[in-house]
Design a binder for this molecule. Structure first.
Ligand code: NAD
Length: 427
């Protein structure tokens, strides 16, 4: 089949490459000429494990084409995936301006009937809004909601082995056509209505965010009563009804999805006259975790002015270069505001962090350089490589030997044996 993908970011590019691998011919569109130039040359525009090889393979097979011109792409294809960003507005609602622009462009330039599939995370009613915009064109358009569930860092695996493929549509035959694009995948294909598909995406993400905030509340209680949150979480996770995932206490969730989706669901509820009570607490707890780590550092160093603090990890989680809503970014801003010298390192996310924070931190070549002369190290991303650093060497190079493990990544016994003061979350 011939498919166009509008917005070749984390979701769009992975979908483009995945669909090409399934044998389809895909046109990827991005409004950024710089990104398109790179994509045409087979260069990645973000870090995602396993994507580069598949990307190059399908580019060579001529199954992937890239351009900035939406008109060319949609009029060459039968299916159009909308994968543009839907960032939060100041009031918490999702900013749909990119989705609207794309819908208006399709309405203006489409010269044929199309199936439009929305993969972006959008408020309930967006598919119908897109349908309305498209009415301005004489051709027939079928709007489908197929929200994306991939995880950054595991996006390729999730494309081919996802838990489910959700397809919301008014017309079941159209939904089946979309499901058929993925016929080669064993993924469970769930067909439902438009509103249900749109809400299922928010409900899933917000539930996971709630699980994280819940375990962070338990972590606070653990510190008060002398329990160990990792053991509590393990014990809870053994129960199949609960499962072990998203029960990691620490700095809280970040990234481009959970923070904005919790806010958006709160906003959607409010505009529908419903006060979704848990969500305020989920948001509050998440922000508190960052402040908690900041407070622990302040307590250790008395005053932050003139102190040297190392932040290991800048991405919101491991295996990605995405720094959107990353706790590390907030921490660096807060430390630098209080006059501390911040030294930072992340193998993949450093350039993105640097472009946002500029001179708020000293950008180091590796973890050793970042820790040299420091008084306190904060682990802000769970990169597995931080576990295997030569911590004895790091200890020798530090002025004061304090680690705050914001991700509960390291082993307390080992760190204490080496002579560190080791501070974790909830244990
Ligand atoms: P992203 O910012 O990485 O990518 C969006 C891309 O769209 C950008 O490259 C941007 O240049 C491009 N774009 C914006 N407007 C455009 C236009 N008018 N025409 C062409 N290109 C345009 O965003 P993302 O992380 O891929 O997320 C996209 C959507 O998918 C969001 O709604 C997000 O909530 C959702 N989602 C994201 C993830 C994730 O892990 N990143 C997972 C599931 C769902």
């Amino acid at each position: 089949m011939k498919i166009s993908i509008i917005g070749t970011g984390y979701v769009g590019l992975v979908s483009a490459v995945g669909l090409a691998e399934l044998g389809h011919e895909v046109w990827g569109v991005n409004r950024s000429p710089a990104k398109i130039e790179k994509l045409k040359k087979g260069q990645q525009i973000f870090y995602e494990p396993g994507l580069s090889k598949l990307f190059k393979k399908n580019l060579e097979k001529n199954r992937l084409h890239f351009g900035t011109n939406l008109t060319v792409a949609i009029n060459n294809t039968d299916y159009v995936f909308i994968c543009v960003g839907t960032p939060p507005r100041a009031d918490g609602g999702a900013d749909l301006s990119a989705v609207k622009i794309v819908a208006k462009q399709i309405a203006k330039f489409a010269k044929k009937d199309l199936i439009i599939i929305d993969k972006s995370t959008v408020p309930i009613g967006t598919a119908r809004m897109v349908q309305n915009i498209l009415k301005k064109n004489k051709h027939k358009f079928y709007v489908v909601s197929s929200p994306e569930f991939l995880r950054e860092g595991k996006a390729v695996e999730d494309f081919f082995h996802g838990d489910r493929l959700l397809i919301g549509a008014d017309d079941k035959q159209v939904a089946k056509k979309v499901a058929n694009l993925y016929a080669k995948l064993k993924t469970y294909k769930m067909i439902t209505g438009l509103e249900t598909a749109e809400l299922t995406k928010y409900a899933s993400n917000v539930f996971l965010a709630t699980k994280i905030s819940f375990i962070n509340e338990i972590a606070i209680l653990c510190e008060k009563v002398g329990a160990n949150v990792e053991d509590v979480a393990f014990g809870m996770g053994l129960d199949k009804r609960i499962n072990k995932y998203f029960l990691k206490a620490g700095l809280g969730y970040g990234g481009s999805c959970f923070p904005k989706d919790v806010k958006a669901l709160k906003h959607i509820s409010k505009t529908n006259g419903f006060n979704f009570k848990i969500l305020e607490a989920v948001l509050e707890v998440n922000m508190r975790q960052r402040k908690l780590v900041f407070g622990k550092a302040k307590k250790e160093l008395s005053s932050l002015k003139g102190k040297t603090i190392t932040i290991l990890g800048l991405a919101f989680k491991d295996n990605t270069d995405d720094i959107r809503e990353s706790a590390a970014i907030d921490l660096i801003k807060w430390f630098s505001k209080e006059g501390a010298k911040v030294k930072a390192y992340d193998r993949e996310a450093q350039n993105n962090a640097k472009s946002v924070l500029k001179d708020k931190a000293f950008w180091c070549k590796n973890a050793y350089e970042a820790c040299f002369g420091s008084q306190l190290v904060i682990i802000a991303t769970e990169w597995p490589s931080f576990k295997t650093l030569d911590w004895a060497k790091i200890k020798r190079s530090m002025k004061k030997k304090v680690i705050i493990d914001g991700k509960n990544l390291l082993n307390r016994e080992k760190m204490e044996k080496l002579g560190f003061k080791y501070i974790a979350i909830g244990k």
